[in-house]
Design a protein around this ligand. Sequence first.
Ligand SMILES: Cc1cc2nc3c(=O)[nH]c(=O)nc-3n(C[C@H](O)[C@H](O)[C@H](O)COP(=O)(O)OP(=O)(O)OC[C@H]3O[C@@H](n4cnc5c(N)ncnc54)[C@H](O)[C@@H]3O)c2cc1C
Length: 441
Amino acid sequence: MPGPSNPPGRADVVVIGAGVMGASIALELQRSGRSVVVVDKGNAVGGGSTSSSSAVVRFNYSTLAGVVAAWESVQRWADWSGHLGHVDGPLARLVRCPMLFLEPPGFPRSEATSLLAEVGVPFEVLDEHELTRRFPSLDTGRFFPPRRPDDPCFGDPPTGRLDAVLVPGWFHRHPTIATANLNYSTAMEPDGRVVDRYDKVRTVPFGEFVPFRGLLEAVSGTDLPARDVLPGTGPAVLDSSIGRLGVAISWEVFFEHRTRDAAADGAEVLLNPTNGASYWLTVLQSQQVASSRLRALETGRWVLQVAPTGFSAVVDPQGRTVLKVGKPQDDHVRVSATDLAAWYRTDGDPTFAARLDRTIGGLLPGLRWLDRWMTSCVTTYTPTGHPMIDALDDRVFCCIGGNGYAAKCAPALGELAAGILLGNSWPSEVDRDLFRASFAA
Ligand SMILES: Cc1cc2nc3c(=O)[nH]c(=O)nc-3n(C[C@H](O)[C@H](O)[C@H](O)COP(=O)(O)OP(=O)(O)OC[C@H]3O[C@@H](n4cnc5c(N)ncnc54)[C@H](O)[C@@H]3O)c2cc1C
């Protein structure tokens, strides 16, 4: 990159890459009194991905580290001039506005909201009625499942409204017991109210809890699940406005007493929410459908087995499978490194762009384009799902954002990276191991 006419012959640190990450690290190093040179193969500072950023700062990450990094960083963005040391000139400005996050079906909302609450990010949960009131231009119709832009139906009008009792399954850490997880189903009314909850009673040994944990941990090291699911004790039913539903969560359907008790307790239909990801392409998937058929026969109830991975099935009270569906769930496009590099050098895909035009035009009739350009965009993920901030050897360090972290979290990540390079201690509230570098061979 064309730089000063007399670049220094020596510097304490050379930062490679003048994107938002490199610039943030350089700033922190310079603050610490080090001399820093930033080199870039391009011809402008921030000319890489940073130049394409939509500059959105959001906090709804699925991990505590993600929420903390974004929330810490926004304090810097808010006082940008102060953060830079009160420099003159036109500066980036933070414009605060609310962000609306629409929940896809089955999304475990508490995973996101509990993290926001833990970090202190303000949020509200709105039901459909409140959404319509506050955002009259928002179409609250049902567009799920998501479609890729090359799907001919991409951008089609909504297929209906969500006017049903939902029974989402939830699996997450216990909010107060550090050693426990929870696995449960809730009944959610069309207006978003959660009206009942059933916690899984028969948990899976070695999958969800470790029998004789104290004894086994001594010999098996870190191979065991870190936390045990706290089992429920209640009857296997959920009450809702459409009646009483019997619930056997995942492998509970193999135990006839769970569904028999549910039927005896008045359940009119039996639900078997499950996720067969651990048993993909094994006979267990078929055995589970067979088990659902037995439960239907024994109780004389319909059984609905629903699995994001594995088989979903509708079984009638005579034990006949009237519907069985199942296929791998994978909306990622996997390409070779060569194809990826070739794509990255293009200006994007005109077919995708035309479809997006059509969609935006449909949503905002009369919109007049002032400018419009295309660029290729690749989202990168690290194996851990977190940025990598690490020493590669005594003199070489890396800081890789990825995972949607980089730009908005750059101030906080820059501080962490500069701290590592300077030998400072890692802040205790951030799990160091999440940020270690690991590269596939
Ligand atoms: C369309 C789009 C929209 C986005 N919207 C948002 C958003 O709303 N909010 C958000 O937070 N993030 C967003 N992002 C992501 C964000 O922009 C990037 O994660 C971030 O800018 C990456 O910063 P970086 O410094 O890591 O990389 P870059 O900005 O790409 O910088 C890397 C630099 O390294 C240089 N370089 C590469 N190789 C070499 C080499 N061998 N020698 C010397 N120099 C080299 C490049 O020239 C480049 O200048 C968006 C990204 C895109 C593409």
